[in-house]
Write a protein that binds this ligand. Structure first.
Ligand code: FAD
Length: 642
C-alpha cells in the first residue's frame, strides 16, 4: 500500500518506492513534487535536516545573515593562493536546503551562459530549452506602481511564469540611497536591460526576490513545492536521516553495468541504520558538496581516491568531485557620510529598529521586507577593463594544466573538457553578451566584487581518514592567475565608481583594502591580510558535471550517471559551467526539466533491461541535436555503453 503520512520519523526501513530522492533541498523537493504528480508512482525523499518554519527562515531581512543553526558545520581545506586561508562552506541542512537559508536574490544569467552548456555537448540544455522551465517554476508579481514611479524599476513580466510555485516579487521598500547608486551606474554608461530575465543579464538591472508578495515572507522549495502537496499519499518525506551509501544490484555477467536499487541511511537521532529500495531510480539531490561524496562512498569516483579509502571501485569516474566552481569575491569597504536618514545601519538604533518591526508586522512594508535588495550589476570584461583583449589572449595561450589540480594531468577526459570549457570561456569573456563580474548595487559602503566565470577549478573528495565525515572541499581559488587579474580589474572599476560625481555627496573613503594599494600584488595581498577575499558565494557547482563522458562528464544530458543504471543527479553538481548569476532560479529551472526527463523515461512499466531504453534515448537525443556539431552528438552516443 502507498505510504499514508509524511511524518519524518516514520519507518521506511526495507520499504520500496518507485523513486528514492536523496536530499530534500531545493532541487530534491522540486523533483519530488513533479514525480509524485503521477499517482501511480511512489516517491521517497530522505533529508538529513529537519523541517523548520521559524521566523529566521521567513523574514526577508534575516536573509542578510548566515543562518548557521540550519547549516552544516563544514570548512574548506586551506588554499595556497589566498594565503593558506580556510573558508566556510555554506550548505543548508534543513528541509528546503539552500532555498530556506539563502539570500533570496532571484535572478538569471544571460542566454549565452546557458547556451554554453549546450556547446559542451549537452543536448536540450540551452537558453531556449530552459526558458519554459524558468517560467514553469515561478509566479511573477510586478513591483508596485509607486516603486516604479519613485525608483524607475523596470521589468517585463512575459519572461516569468504566472502560476508556478515560487513567488518572484519585489520588497515593499527600497533605500533612498539606491537612487544615487543607480545614477552612478547609468552615468558610467553600462548597459541597462529593461528585464535581465530575458537572457540579457549584462549591465545594471532590477531583479525580483524569492518573496511571497502579500505576506512579504520567503518563498522556498519547502513552502512552495512541498507544503502544498505534502498530503499526497504516494509521497513520503523522511527527515533527520543521512544517506551514506547507494545500493547496487550487481550483475554476474561481465560488461553489464551495476543497477542502483536503493540506499542505506543512518538516523541522526539514534544512529540506527536502514535500507530503502528504489524500483525505478535513485535520484541524487544532496547538493554540489555532498552528492560527489555520496557517489565516491558508493564506489563511483576517481580510482585513486576510492583506493585510498579502501572503497571498491564500481565505476572509475574522475569527474566525480572535479570541475568544482563557485563565485570567488573581493569585499571592499568604503566609509560613507551623509547617507539617507533610513539606511542599512538604521536598525542598530533600538528605537528605529522597533519602529521598523512594528511597520513590518502591521503593514508588511519598510526595511524588514528587504533581503539583499533589488538592484544588481553584472558587467562584461570589456566594460570592467581596458585590458580585456590582453586578458583573453593570455587565457587562450597559457598552459592551463599548470594551474589545475593534478588529476587533470592524469585524466585525458578531464583535460579535453577543461580545454573545451576554456574555449567557451574565452568567447564569453570577449563578448558583450555575457558578464564576467558581479557588483551588487548596495546602497552602503560594502562593495562586493564577485568573479563569475573562473578558470580555476576546485575539488570535493572524501577524506580517506574519515570517509563518512565531511568531504575535503578544496576551492583552489585564484589558482589560475587570469582569475586573479580579472578580480583586480574589478577592484579598480569599483574604485572609479565610488569616485564618480554622482556619489561625491557621500565623501567615500576606501577603508579596505585601502587606496594606497595599487599594483595587482598589493591589492590581492592587502585583501588577503584584511580577510577581504571570499572563496565562495554559496554557489558551489560542477562536481558531477553534465557533459559527454569523453569531456570529463559525470552525467549525460539525461542526467543519468555514467557507467551505472537507474542513478541520476538533479542538483547543482550537474552545472558544467557556472553561470553569471546567483544560482537558485537556475536550479529551480534545472530541477523542473530534470523531473520532466525522469518522468518521460519512466512512463512505461519498470525497465528491467535498461540498455535498450538508453539506446533509444540516445537516438532521440542525436536526432534532436542536428543543430549541434557532429563531434558533440557522437560523444553523447557513448552513453549507450553505460
Ligand atoms: C547561505 C546561502 C546563501 C545563498 N544565497 C543565494 C541567493 O541569494 N540567491 C540565489 O540564487 N542562490 C543563493 N544560494 C544558492 C542556492 O540556494 C543553491 O544554489 C541551491 O540551494 C542549490 O540547490 P541544491 O538542491 O543543489 O542543494 P541544496 O539546496 O543545498 O540541497 C541539498 C540538500 O541535501 C541534503 N543532504 C546533503 N547530503 C545528504 C545526505 N547524505 N543524506 C540526506 N540528505 C542530504 C542537505 O541537507 C540539503 O537539504 C545561497 C546558498 C546558501 C547556502
Amino acid at each position: 500500500a502507498p505510504p499514508q503520512t509524511n511524518n519524518g520519523a516514520q519507518n521506511i526501513n526495507e520499504r520500496t518506492f518507485d523513486y528514492v530522492i536523496v536530499g530534500g533541498g531545493l532541487t530534491g523537493l522540486v523533483v519530488a513534487n513533479r514525480l509524485s504528480e503521477d499517482k501511480d508512482r511512489t516517491v521517497l525523499v530522505i533529508e538529513n535536516g529537519y523541517i523548520n518554519d521559524d521566523i529566521s527562515t521567513q523574514v526577508p531581512s534575516f536573509a542578510n545573515s548566515i543562518n548557521s543553526r540550519l547549516m552544516y558545520d563544514i570548512q574548506s581545506a586551506p588554499d595556497a593562493n589566498t594565503g593558506g586561508k580556510i573558508y566556510p562552506v555554506y550548505v543548508g541542512n534543513v528541509v528546503g536546503g539552500g532555498s530556506v537559508v539563502n539570500g533570496m536574490a532571484f535572478d538569471r544569467a544571460s542566454a549565452a551562459d546557458y547556451d554554453a552548456w549546450a556547446l559542451l555537448g549537452n543536448i536540450g540544455w540551452d537558453w531556449n530549452s530552459l526558458l519554459p522551465y524558468f517560467k514553469k517554476s515561478t509566479t511573477f508579481t510586478p513591483p508596485t506602481a509607486s516603486n516604479v514611479q519613485e525608483f524607475g524599476t523596470t521589468y517585463d513580466a512575459s519572461y516569468y511564469g504566472t502560476n508556478g510555485p515560487i513567488q518572484a516579487s519585489f520588497p515593499n521598500f527600497e533605500y533612498q540611497d539606491t537612487k544615487n547608486i543607480w545614477a552612478a551606474f547609468k552615468a558610467a554608461g553600462v548597459p541597462l536591460p529593461k528585464e535581465h530575465a530575458a537572457g540579457t543579464a549584462v549591465g545594471a538591472f532590477w531583479i525580483p526576490t524569492s518573496l511571497e508578495p502579500k505576506t512579504q515572507t520567503r518563498s522556498s522549495a519547502k513552502n512552495a513545492y512541498y507544503d502544498p502537496i505534502k498530503s499526497r499519499s504516494n509521497l513520503v518525506l523522511s527527515t533527520g536521516r543521512k544517506v551514506n551509501e547507494i545500493l547496487f544490484e550487481e550483475s554476474q555477467l561481465p560488461f553489464v553495468a551495476p543497477k542502483a536499487n536503493g540506499v542505506r541511511y543512518v538516523s541522526r537521532s539514534d544512529g540506527s541504520t536502514g535500507k530503502v529500495y528504489a524500483k525505478r531510480e535513485v535520484i541524487l539531490a544532496a547538493g554540489a558538496v555532498f552528492t560527489p561524496q555520496l557517489l565516491q562512498l558508493s564506489g563511483i569516483g576517481p580510482r585513486d581516491i576510492l583506493n585510498a579509502a579502501s572503497i571498491k571501485v564500481k565505476k572509475d569516474l574522475s569527474s566525480v568531485g572535479a570541475n568544482m566552481q563557485d563565485h570567488p569575491n573581493a569585499n571592499l569597504v568604503f566609509d560613507l557620510r551623509n547617507m539617507a536618514k533610513v539606511n542599512v545601519f538604521s536598525g542598530q538604533d533600538p528605537s528605529y529598529n522597533a519602529t521598523a518591526w512594528s511597520e513590518y508586522e502591521t503593514k508588511r512594508t519598510g526595511p524588514i521586507t528587504q533581503a539583499h535588495g533589488s538592484s544588481l550589476a553584472f558587467l562584461s570584461l570589456n566594460t570592467l577593463s581596458t585590458k580585456a583583449a590582453q586578458i583573453v589572449a593570455t587565457l587562450t595561450s597559457q598552459n592551463i594544466l599548470s594551474y589545475l589540480p593534478a588529476i587533470y594531468n592524469r585524466d585525458q577526459s578531464l583535460l579535453r573538457g577543461i580545454l573545451k570549457q576554456r574555449e567557451i570561456i574565452a568567447g564569453l569573456h570577449a563578448s558583450l553578451n555575457a558578464a564576467v563580474g558581479e557588483i551588487p548595487m548596495a546602497p552602503f559602503g560594502l562593495a562586493i566584487n564577485s568573479l563569475q566565470r573562473p578558470l580555476s577549478r576546485g575539488s570535493i573528495n572524501i577524506d580517506p581518514k574519515n570517509k563518512n565525515g565531511n568531504p575535503i572541499v578544496q576551492f583552489n581559488t585564484f589558482s589560475n592567475p587570469v582569475d586573479r587579474q580579472i578580480l583586480v580589474e574589478m577592484v579598480r572599476w569599483t574604485r572609479k565608481h565610488w569616485a564618480r560625481k554622482e556619489l561625491a555627496m557621500y565623501q567615500p573613503v576606501e577603508v579596505s583594502p585601502g587606496a594606497q594599494y595599487q599594483t595587482d600584488d598589493e591589492i590581492i595581498g592587502a585583501l588577503i591580510a584584511q580577510k577581504g577575499l571570499g572563496a565562495s558565494f554559496a554557489h558551489m557547482s560542477g562536481t558531477c558535471s553534465m557533459m559527454p563522458e569523453l569531456l570529463g562528464g559525470c552525467v549525460g544530458s539525461d542526467l543519468a550517471v555514467y557507467g551505472v543504471k537507474q542513478l541520476s543527479v538533479v542538483d547543482a553538481s550537474i552545472v558544467p559551467l557556472i553561470p553569471a548569476t546567483h544560482l537558485q532560479a537556475t536550479m529551480y529551472a534545472v530541477a523542473e526539466k530534470a523531473a520532466d526527463l525522469i518522468k518521460a523515461r519512466n512512463a512505461g512499466a519498470v525497465n528491467t533491461g535498461g540498455v535498450v531504453t538508453n539506446a533509444v534515448a540516445g537516438v532521440t537525443n542525436a536526432v534532436a541535436n542536428t543543430a549541434n556539431n557532429v563531434v558533440t552528438s557522437v560523444f553523447s552516443l557513448f552513453k549507450w555503453w553505460r
